[in-house]
Design a protein. Structure first.
Lengths: 177, 177
Protein backbone atom coordinates (compact mmCIF):
# COMPACT_ATOMS: atom_id res chain seq x y z
CA UNK A 1 0.00 0.00 0.00
CA UNK A 2 1.21 3.47 -0.84
CA UNK A 3 -0.06 6.77 0.56
CA UNK A 4 -1.14 9.00 -2.29
CA UNK A 5 0.79 12.20 -2.82
CA UNK A 6 -0.10 15.28 -4.83
CA UNK A 7 0.54 14.75 -8.51
CA UNK A 8 0.17 10.96 -8.23
CA UNK A 9 -0.60 9.55 -11.69
CA UNK A 10 -3.30 7.33 -10.24
CA UNK A 11 -5.62 10.31 -10.01
CA UNK A 12 -7.73 11.00 -13.05
CA UNK A 13 -11.17 12.55 -13.52
CA UNK A 14 -12.52 15.88 -12.27
CA UNK A 15 -12.91 14.81 -8.66
CA UNK A 16 -9.59 13.02 -8.45
CA UNK A 17 -7.15 15.56 -9.88
CA UNK A 18 -6.05 16.54 -6.40
CA UNK A 19 -5.60 13.48 -4.20
CA UNK A 20 -6.32 14.18 -0.57
CA UNK A 21 -4.18 13.66 2.50
CA UNK A 22 -4.85 10.18 3.88
CA UNK A 23 -5.88 8.53 0.63
CA UNK A 24 -4.19 5.17 0.02
CA UNK A 25 -3.67 3.12 -3.16
CA UNK A 26 -2.67 -0.50 -3.76
CA UNK A 27 -0.88 -2.14 -6.68
CA UNK A 28 -3.48 -3.38 -9.17
CA UNK A 29 -3.49 -7.06 -10.24
CA UNK A 30 -1.26 -7.85 -13.22
CA UNK A 31 -4.16 -8.82 -15.44
CA UNK A 32 -7.90 -8.54 -15.92
CA UNK A 33 -10.26 -11.47 -15.36
CA UNK A 34 -13.33 -10.66 -17.49
CA UNK A 35 -14.53 -8.15 -20.06
CA UNK A 36 -17.57 -5.99 -20.72
CA UNK A 37 -19.55 -4.70 -23.66
CA UNK A 38 -20.91 -1.16 -23.56
CA UNK A 39 -24.53 -1.76 -24.61
CA UNK A 40 -25.62 1.88 -24.90
CA UNK A 41 -25.21 5.35 -23.41
CA UNK A 42 -26.99 7.35 -20.72
CA UNK A 43 -27.82 10.87 -21.90
CA UNK A 44 -28.10 13.44 -19.11
CA UNK A 45 -27.96 17.25 -18.87
CA UNK A 46 -24.63 17.10 -16.97
CA UNK A 47 -21.30 17.64 -18.76
CA UNK A 48 -18.99 17.73 -15.71
CA UNK A 49 -19.07 16.04 -12.33
CA UNK A 50 -19.46 19.47 -10.68
CA UNK A 51 -22.83 19.77 -12.46
CA UNK A 52 -24.06 16.27 -11.50
CA UNK A 53 -26.60 15.90 -8.68
CA UNK A 54 -25.03 14.61 -5.43
CA UNK A 55 -27.24 11.55 -5.51
CA UNK A 56 -29.91 10.03 -7.77
CA UNK A 57 -32.81 11.45 -5.72
CA UNK A 58 -31.60 15.03 -5.98
CA UNK A 59 -32.82 15.64 -9.53
CA UNK A 60 -36.17 15.13 -11.25
CA UNK A 61 -34.62 15.50 -14.70
CA UNK A 62 -35.89 12.99 -17.23
CA UNK A 63 -32.78 11.36 -18.69
CA UNK A 64 -32.55 9.01 -21.65
CA UNK A 65 -31.01 5.57 -21.78
CA UNK A 66 -30.09 4.89 -25.41
CA UNK A 67 -29.70 1.17 -25.99
CA UNK A 68 -27.64 0.01 -28.98
CA UNK A 69 -30.03 -1.26 -31.67
CA UNK A 70 -28.51 -4.76 -31.49
CA UNK A 71 -30.09 -5.28 -28.06
CA UNK A 72 -33.52 -3.67 -28.55
CA UNK A 73 -35.64 -6.82 -28.42
CA UNK A 74 -34.17 -7.40 -24.96
CA UNK A 75 -36.59 -4.68 -23.77
CA UNK A 76 -39.65 -6.88 -24.45
CA UNK A 77 -41.85 -6.90 -21.34
CA UNK A 78 -39.96 -4.12 -19.58
CA UNK A 79 -42.87 -1.68 -20.07
CA UNK A 80 -44.67 -3.45 -17.16
CA UNK A 81 -41.92 -2.41 -14.74
CA UNK A 82 -42.08 0.78 -12.62
CA UNK A 83 -38.39 0.94 -11.69
CA UNK A 84 -35.15 -0.37 -13.16
CA UNK A 85 -31.64 -0.97 -11.89
CA UNK A 86 -29.20 0.70 -14.26
CA UNK A 87 -25.60 -0.48 -14.26
CA UNK A 88 -23.09 1.85 -15.87
CA UNK A 89 -19.36 2.34 -16.21
CA UNK A 90 -17.56 5.19 -14.50
CA UNK A 91 -14.36 5.28 -16.49
CA UNK A 92 -12.82 8.55 -15.35
CA UNK A 93 -11.67 7.45 -11.91
CA UNK A 94 -8.64 5.65 -10.45
CA UNK A 95 -9.15 1.93 -9.71
CA UNK A 96 -6.40 1.50 -7.13
CA UNK A 97 -7.75 3.61 -4.23
CA UNK A 98 -8.58 1.57 -1.10
CA UNK A 99 -8.88 4.39 1.43
CA UNK A 100 -10.56 7.62 0.41
CA UNK A 101 -11.33 10.94 2.08
CA UNK A 102 -14.57 12.15 0.49
CA UNK A 103 -14.86 15.94 0.66
CA UNK A 104 -18.38 15.82 2.15
CA UNK A 105 -17.44 13.42 4.98
CA UNK A 106 -13.92 14.69 5.66
CA UNK A 107 -12.67 11.40 7.12
CA UNK A 108 -10.85 8.37 5.77
CA UNK A 109 -13.11 5.49 4.70
CA UNK A 110 -12.65 2.28 2.78
CA UNK A 111 -13.65 2.20 -0.87
CA UNK A 112 -16.21 -0.58 -0.16
CA UNK A 113 -17.89 1.57 2.53
CA UNK A 114 -18.47 4.31 -0.07
CA UNK A 115 -20.45 4.75 -3.28
CA UNK A 116 -17.53 6.71 -4.75
CA UNK A 117 -16.90 6.04 -8.47
CA UNK A 118 -13.25 5.30 -7.63
CA UNK A 119 -13.15 1.52 -7.04
CA UNK A 120 -11.44 -1.54 -8.54
CA UNK A 121 -14.41 -2.17 -10.84
CA UNK A 122 -16.08 1.19 -11.44
CA UNK A 123 -19.61 -0.15 -11.96
CA UNK A 124 -22.38 2.13 -10.68
CA UNK A 125 -25.79 0.79 -9.64
CA UNK A 126 -28.70 3.25 -9.71
CA UNK A 127 -32.42 2.75 -9.18
CA UNK A 128 -34.38 4.79 -11.73
CA UNK A 129 -38.10 5.29 -12.30
CA UNK A 130 -39.08 4.18 -15.78
CA UNK A 131 -41.29 6.84 -17.39
CA UNK A 132 -41.70 5.26 -20.83
CA UNK A 133 -39.97 3.29 -23.57
CA UNK A 134 -39.83 4.47 -27.21
CA UNK A 135 -37.95 2.16 -29.57
CA UNK A 136 -34.40 1.89 -28.23
CA UNK A 137 -34.84 4.77 -25.74
CA UNK A 138 -35.83 4.51 -22.08
CA UNK A 139 -36.94 7.74 -20.42
CA UNK A 140 -36.01 7.56 -16.74
CA UNK A 141 -35.92 9.71 -13.61
CA UNK A 142 -33.25 9.21 -10.96
CA UNK A 143 -29.80 9.05 -12.49
CA UNK A 144 -26.94 11.32 -11.48
CA UNK A 145 -24.23 10.48 -13.99
CA UNK A 146 -22.37 12.43 -16.66
CA UNK A 147 -23.80 12.73 -20.15
CA UNK A 148 -22.75 9.85 -22.43
CA UNK A 149 -21.93 7.46 -19.59
CA UNK A 150 -21.51 3.91 -20.97
CA UNK A 151 -24.41 1.57 -20.11
CA UNK A 152 -23.70 -1.99 -18.92
CA UNK A 153 -27.07 -3.44 -17.97
CA UNK A 154 -30.78 -2.79 -17.33
CA UNK A 155 -32.61 -5.00 -14.78
CA UNK A 156 -36.16 -4.95 -13.43
CA UNK A 157 -36.26 -3.74 -9.80
CA UNK A 158 -38.08 -6.18 -7.51
CA UNK A 159 -39.27 -4.60 -4.24
CA UNK A 160 -39.44 -8.11 -2.72
CA UNK A 161 -35.67 -8.62 -2.95
CA UNK A 162 -34.15 -5.20 -3.70
CA UNK A 163 -35.97 -2.93 -1.22
CA UNK A 164 -34.79 -2.78 2.42
CA UNK A 165 -36.48 0.35 3.80
CA UNK A 166 -34.89 0.06 7.25
CA UNK A 167 -31.29 -0.52 6.09
CA UNK A 168 -28.80 1.62 8.02
CA UNK A 169 -25.46 3.19 7.18
CA UNK A 170 -24.29 4.10 10.68
CA UNK A 171 -21.83 6.88 9.98
CA UNK A 172 -24.18 8.41 7.39
CA UNK A 173 -27.01 8.70 9.96
CA UNK A 174 -24.62 10.43 12.38
CA UNK A 175 -23.86 13.31 10.03
CA UNK A 176 -22.44 14.23 6.65
CA UNK A 177 -24.75 14.32 3.64
CA UNK B 1 -31.21 -12.06 -34.80
CA UNK B 2 -31.27 -15.82 -34.87
CA UNK B 3 -33.75 -18.15 -33.20
CA UNK B 4 -31.90 -20.56 -30.93
CA UNK B 5 -31.99 -24.21 -31.84
CA UNK B 6 -31.15 -27.27 -29.76
CA UNK B 7 -27.42 -27.79 -29.52
CA UNK B 8 -26.64 -24.14 -30.22
CA UNK B 9 -23.10 -23.41 -28.98
CA UNK B 10 -24.28 -20.22 -27.36
CA UNK B 11 -25.82 -22.22 -24.55
CA UNK B 12 -23.58 -23.04 -21.63
CA UNK B 13 -24.19 -23.54 -17.92
CA UNK B 14 -26.59 -25.87 -16.16
CA UNK B 15 -29.71 -23.86 -16.93
CA UNK B 16 -28.84 -23.22 -20.53
CA UNK B 17 -27.86 -26.66 -21.81
CA UNK B 18 -31.26 -27.03 -23.44
CA UNK B 19 -32.29 -23.83 -25.19
CA UNK B 20 -36.03 -23.36 -25.24
CA UNK B 21 -38.39 -22.76 -28.14
CA UNK B 22 -38.74 -19.03 -28.72
CA UNK B 23 -35.35 -17.99 -27.34
CA UNK B 24 -33.48 -15.55 -29.60
CA UNK B 25 -29.79 -14.60 -29.82
CA UNK B 26 -27.97 -11.71 -31.51
CA UNK B 27 -24.42 -11.46 -32.88
CA UNK B 28 -22.15 -10.13 -30.13
CA UNK B 29 -20.04 -7.00 -30.77
CA UNK B 30 -16.63 -7.68 -32.33
CA UNK B 31 -14.72 -6.44 -29.31
CA UNK B 32 -14.99 -5.69 -25.61
CA UNK B 33 -15.01 -2.14 -24.25
CA UNK B 34 -13.76 -2.48 -20.65
CA UNK B 35 -12.30 -5.05 -18.28
CA UNK B 36 -12.83 -6.29 -14.75
CA UNK B 37 -10.78 -7.59 -11.85
CA UNK B 38 -12.18 -10.40 -9.74
CA UNK B 39 -11.58 -9.02 -6.22
CA UNK B 40 -12.61 -12.11 -4.25
CA UNK B 41 -15.00 -15.07 -4.15
CA UNK B 42 -18.42 -15.71 -2.65
CA UNK B 43 -18.51 -18.98 -0.71
CA UNK B 44 -21.97 -20.59 -0.51
CA UNK B 45 -23.31 -24.09 0.23
CA UNK B 46 -24.49 -24.50 -3.40
CA UNK B 47 -22.45 -26.46 -5.95
CA UNK B 48 -24.94 -26.48 -8.84
CA UNK B 49 -27.61 -24.07 -10.02
CA UNK B 50 -30.27 -26.69 -9.20
CA UNK B 51 -29.25 -26.38 -5.53
CA UNK B 52 -29.30 -22.56 -5.48
CA UNK B 53 -32.24 -20.77 -3.86
CA UNK B 54 -34.64 -19.26 -6.44
CA UNK B 55 -34.02 -15.76 -5.08
CA UNK B 56 -31.88 -14.13 -2.38
CA UNK B 57 -34.73 -14.07 0.17
CA UNK B 58 -35.35 -17.81 -0.04
CA UNK B 59 -32.40 -18.85 2.12
CA UNK B 60 -31.17 -17.78 5.56
CA UNK B 61 -27.80 -19.45 5.04
CA UNK B 62 -24.86 -17.36 6.24
CA UNK B 63 -22.49 -17.16 3.28
CA UNK B 64 -18.96 -15.79 3.20
CA UNK B 65 -17.55 -13.12 0.94
CA UNK B 66 -13.78 -13.66 0.79
CA UNK B 67 -12.03 -10.50 -0.33
CA UNK B 68 -8.53 -10.79 -1.81
CA UNK B 69 -6.02 -9.55 0.76
CA UNK B 70 -4.88 -6.75 -1.54
CA UNK B 71 -8.21 -4.94 -1.03
CA UNK B 72 -8.80 -5.50 2.70
CA UNK B 73 -8.31 -1.93 3.88
CA UNK B 74 -11.15 -1.00 1.52
CA UNK B 75 -13.48 -2.48 4.17
CA UNK B 76 -12.68 0.30 6.68
CA UNK B 77 -15.95 1.76 7.97
CA UNK B 78 -18.14 -0.96 6.45
CA UNK B 79 -18.90 -2.43 9.90
CA UNK B 80 -21.39 0.44 10.45
CA UNK B 81 -23.51 -0.76 7.53
CA UNK B 82 -26.50 -3.11 7.95
CA UNK B 83 -26.82 -4.16 4.29
CA UNK B 84 -24.51 -4.29 1.29
CA UNK B 85 -24.94 -4.48 -2.46
CA UNK B 86 -22.83 -7.34 -3.78
CA UNK B 87 -21.88 -7.34 -7.45
CA UNK B 88 -20.67 -10.63 -8.83
CA UNK B 89 -19.86 -12.29 -12.13
CA UNK B 90 -22.05 -15.07 -13.54
CA UNK B 91 -19.69 -16.60 -16.03
CA UNK B 92 -21.49 -19.81 -16.93
CA UNK B 93 -24.19 -18.29 -19.12
CA UNK B 94 -24.51 -17.19 -22.75
CA UNK B 95 -24.16 -13.43 -23.37
CA UNK B 96 -26.01 -13.24 -26.68
CA UNK B 97 -29.60 -14.08 -25.62
CA UNK B 98 -32.05 -11.18 -26.09
CA UNK B 99 -35.34 -13.08 -25.75
CA UNK B 100 -35.64 -15.81 -23.13
CA UNK B 101 -38.34 -18.21 -22.00
CA UNK B 102 -37.76 -18.74 -18.26
CA UNK B 103 -39.13 -22.08 -17.13
CA UNK B 104 -41.05 -20.54 -14.19
CA UNK B 105 -42.82 -17.94 -16.36
CA UNK B 106 -43.24 -20.00 -19.52
CA UNK B 107 -43.43 -16.98 -21.86
CA UNK B 108 -40.95 -15.10 -23.97
CA UNK B 109 -39.45 -12.02 -22.31
CA UNK B 110 -36.59 -9.66 -23.05
CA UNK B 111 -33.30 -10.17 -21.24
CA UNK B 112 -33.55 -6.68 -19.68
CA UNK B 113 -36.99 -7.48 -18.25
CA UNK B 114 -35.49 -10.47 -16.38
CA UNK B 115 -32.92 -11.05 -13.65
CA UNK B 116 -31.65 -14.10 -15.55
CA UNK B 117 -27.87 -14.58 -15.39
CA UNK B 118 -27.83 -14.80 -19.22
CA UNK B 119 -27.21 -11.20 -20.36
CA UNK B 120 -24.61 -9.25 -22.37
CA UNK B 121 -22.74 -8.34 -19.17
CA UNK B 122 -23.47 -11.09 -16.63
CA UNK B 123 -23.16 -8.90 -13.53
CA UNK B 124 -25.51 -9.85 -10.68
CA UNK B 125 -26.64 -7.33 -8.07
CA UNK B 126 -27.80 -8.74 -4.71
CA UNK B 127 -28.75 -7.02 -1.48
CA UNK B 128 -27.30 -8.93 1.48
CA UNK B 129 -27.52 -8.40 5.22
CA UNK B 130 -24.07 -7.93 6.73
CA UNK B 131 -23.72 -10.11 9.83
CA UNK B 132 -20.09 -9.36 10.67
CA UNK B 133 -16.63 -8.74 9.23
CA UNK B 134 -13.56 -10.76 10.26
CA UNK B 135 -10.33 -9.79 8.51
CA UNK B 136 -10.93 -10.28 4.79
CA UNK B 137 -14.20 -12.20 5.30
CA UNK B 138 -17.73 -10.75 5.27
CA UNK B 139 -20.45 -12.98 6.72
CA UNK B 140 -23.70 -12.21 4.90
CA UNK B 141 -27.27 -13.45 4.58
CA UNK B 142 -29.17 -13.14 1.31
CA UNK B 143 -27.12 -14.41 -1.59
CA UNK B 144 -28.29 -17.12 -3.97
CA UNK B 145 -25.23 -17.78 -6.12
CA UNK B 146 -23.01 -20.79 -6.73
CA UNK B 147 -20.06 -21.50 -4.47
CA UNK B 148 -16.88 -19.73 -5.61
CA UNK B 149 -18.68 -17.07 -7.64
CA UNK B 150 -16.24 -14.27 -8.56
CA UNK B 151 -16.82 -11.03 -6.63
CA UNK B 152 -16.73 -7.67 -8.45
CA UNK B 153 -17.74 -5.09 -5.87
CA UNK B 154 -19.15 -4.40 -2.40
CA UNK B 155 -21.15 -1.20 -1.83
CA UNK B 156 -23.04 0.16 1.19
CA UNK B 157 -26.83 -0.03 0.71
CA UNK B 158 -28.54 3.33 1.24
CA UNK B 159 -32.28 3.02 1.95
CA UNK B 160 -32.68 6.68 0.89
CA UNK B 161 -31.69 5.96 -2.71
CA UNK B 162 -31.77 2.16 -3.12
CA UNK B 163 -35.08 1.23 -1.46
CA UNK B 164 -38.34 1.63 -3.43
CA UNK B 165 -40.87 -0.42 -1.41
CA UNK B 166 -43.76 0.23 -3.82
CA UNK B 167 -41.91 -0.61 -7.05
CA UNK B 168 -43.96 -2.86 -9.33
CA UNK B 169 -43.11 -5.54 -11.87
CA UNK B 170 -46.48 -5.86 -13.61
CA UNK B 171 -46.25 -9.34 -15.06
CA UNK B 172 -44.71 -10.68 -11.86
CA UNK B 173 -47.68 -9.46 -9.77
CA UNK B 174 -50.07 -11.19 -12.19
CA UNK B 175 -48.63 -14.66 -11.61
CA UNK B 176 -45.54 -16.79 -11.92
CA UNK B 177 -43.16 -16.93 -8.98
Amino acid sequence: MIERKSGDDASVGDDFLTPREGEVTVALPARFDASLYFIGRIRTPWQSSAQCPKNPRESDAVCTVELDSRWVSGLTGLEAVSHVLLLYWMDRTPRDLVLQVPRHYGEQRGTFALRSPARPNPIAVSVARLVRIEGNALYVVGVDCLDNTPLLDIKPYFASTDSIPDAVVGWHARGGS
